[in-house]
Ligand binder design. Structure first.
Ligand code: HEM
Ligand SMILES: [Cu+2]
Length: 542
């Protein structure tokens, strides 16, 4: 991975800053770029595991009755798929990987505020992942509760819930510390002249995300500890048989897990806000509105958790209030979408793979967001709650949203990180296959969901067969798209054409340093007082 650059300084691949060589130079590195890459590779590796589990679920559902696995195995497979995708893949994906790699450079800083804590967070992440995977092979077999660990079932299932929730607890710590590190970095390490109004929108999105990570994640940590207290010590908190309250569990769980969807999606929105103006060659429309809407989403998103509980038997007043509040979160999300479209309007658009992913995000996330209103409206939610409509909705939001945001970030910052360019035609082909596969896979699920197909079921009535069949075929198309995308990036990393500092003509600070950047990020003082979205005079060097 060595590269020449126009700079006399060695790249961060060549100079680890700790005097060590080989794998140890990575495992002991406090360089934010190396830590970010270690997150990225782990996240992508675990993503592939999660995708294989998803493909297994789809294969089982290709026809009614048993196809490839037993019912109990099925329960374990969808639980693991959910746990891996949510806690190990999507939550750390953009912030821990690209936040780490890009944020300090965009701020004109040499590293994050607490580099050693940053490395420690990565080890916590590895340890939490290890525990979650360990739950597969120890005790009474893998957990079968679904990623939500709902009580009272999670209290008396004999499967290995304890190890899995211990893993989630540790993963939570990693996320909190990363959030804390980013908040401090943004407050303290901005280069002179880089005021809040010159902050990149990606940095704004990480700032808003950081606050959710710090404030909401502890609630999840305590909640899963309480599950363990109940399972191991027999304390009666949630189990009605012991005088506990299962609805209390649902409240505590969703007080974290709804804001967590914004931990997942805000950074992706930040990526999209970076990509759109660069490829439209136009200053971002509504900079302040986009920055402020991130904070508004973080705030308002913390008040809507009980929209997951409309059918749980809570009071009608609570149902109405949470339904209303949910509609309010739609406003800042829509503000962003309108501003992106307005940025594209009359721009001199050049279509390249990062832009395709950003457009894919807008398209898929809008479908996910609008169907979210169907779920947020208490009247309609009662009919589709716990059906495949929900499964489709959240895949459009988290996979179509965060997943495509992550792929967009990979294609956008790839030349910066490796100093090379992947094959753009193959990247476009991969994107096209992914878009077709994605919609084939998930759109039919809206329809069978509306018709009443419940989620988390192993078997189904024959009337749902066509929808399931199309969806399973779609999962193969999607997998093919992923293979094309990953293979292309891998080849590009090894053999791609070398690029200079600024292959897209971006105006945020990372584009003014060599590709790959040197250890301390810059070879000469960057102009940190420049407007990050002003493209006049910014040359695109190919
Ligand atoms: C090839 C890709 C994927 C396929 C084929 C797939 C398929 C599925 C299927 C069939 C279910 C089971 C629904 C049920 O019975 O309730 C499911 C659940 C789920 N998926 Fe995926 N999925 C994929 C990717 C993703 C991604 C990228 C994410 C996260 C961003 C994700 C997150 C989840 C979650 C959280 C659940 C819920 C698990 C639970 O009910 O406990 N999936 N997926
Ligand atoms: Cu929610």
């Amino acid at each position: 991975m060595q590269n020449q650059t126009s700079s006399p300084l060695p790249t961060f691949f060549e100079d680890s800053g700790n005097g060590r060589k080989g794998i140890m130079s990575w495992l002991t590195s406090t360089d934010h770029k190396r830590i970010g890459l270690m997150y990225l590779y782990m996240v992508l590796g675990m993503f592939i595991v999660g995708v294989c589990l998803g493909l297994a679920i789809r294969l089982e559902l290709i026809a009614p009755g048993k196809t490839i696995m037993e019912a109990q195995t099925y329960n374990a497979v969808f639980t693991l798929h959910g746990v891996i995708m949510i806690f190990i893949v999507v939550i750390p994906s953009i912030p821990a990987a690209f936040g780490n790699i890009i944020l300090p450079i965009q701020l004109g800083a040499e590293d994050v505020a607490f580099p050693r804590l940053n490395l420690f967070s990565w080890y916590l992440y590895m340890f939490g992942t290890f525990l979650a995977l360990l739950s597969l092979f120890t005790g009474d077999g893998p957990p079968d509760t679904g990623w939500t660990f709902y009580v009272p079932f999670s209290e008396f299932t004999t499967t290995n819930v304890n190890t899995a929730v211990a893993g989630v607890f540790i993963l939570g710590f990693s996320s909190i510390l990363t959030g804390l590190n980013f908040i401090t970095t943004i407050h303290r390490l901005r280069a002179p002249g880089l005021g809040w109004k010159k902050l990149s929108l990606f940095a704004w999105s990480l700032y808003a995300t950081g606050w959710i990570q710090v404030l909401a994640t502890p609630v999840l940590g305590i909640t899963v500890l309480l599950i363990m207290a109940e399972r191991i010590l027999g304390v009666g908190l949630f189990d009605p048989a012991k005088g506990g309250d299962p609805i209390l569990y649902q409240h505590l769980f969703w007080i974290y897990s709804h804001p967590a969807v914004y931990i997942m999606v805000l950074p992706a929105m930040g990526v999209v806000s970076e990509i759109i103006p660069v490829f439209a060659r136009k200053p971002i429309f509504g900079y302040k509105a986009i920055a402020f809407s991130s904070l508004m989403i973080a705030f308002a998103g913390s008040l809507v958790w009980a929209h997951h509980m409309f059918t749980s038997g809570m009071s009608d007043t609570a149902v109405m209030i949470f339904s209303l509040l949910t509609f309010i979160v739609a406003i800042p999300s829509a503000i962003k979408v309108f501003n992106w479209i307005a940025t594209l309007y009359k721009g001199s658009i050049f279509i390249e793979p990062p832009l395709l992913y950003a457009l894919g995000f807008i398209f898929l996330f809008s479908i996910g967001g609008l169907t979210g209103l169907v779920l947020g409206s208490a009247g309609t939610d009662v009919h589709v709650h716990d059906t495949y409509f929900v499964v489709s909705h959240f895949h459009y939001v988290i996979f179509g949203g965060t997943g495509f945001g992550l792929f967009g970030a990979m294609h956008y910052w790839f030349p910066k990180i490796y100093g090379r360019m992947y094959n753009k035609n193959v990247a476009t082909t991969g994107w096209t296959i992914l878009m077709i596969g994605f919609n084939l896979l998930y759109f039919p699920l809206f329809i069978i969901g509306l018709e009443g197909m419940p989620r988390r079921y192993y078997d189904y009535l024959p009337q749902y067969h066509t929808g399931h069949l199309i969806s399973t075929i779609g999962s193969w198309v999607l997998a093919a798209g992923l293979i094309v995308m990953f293979a292309n990036l891998y080849v590009g990393m090894k053999k791609g054409k070398k690029v200079g500092r600024n292959p897209w003509g971006g105006a945020t600070l990372e584009w003014f340093t060599p590709s790959p950047p040197p250890l301390l990020n810059f070879d000469n003082e960057p102009d940190s007082s420049r407007n990050p979205y002003r493209y006049k005079g910014v040359k695109r060097d190919e």
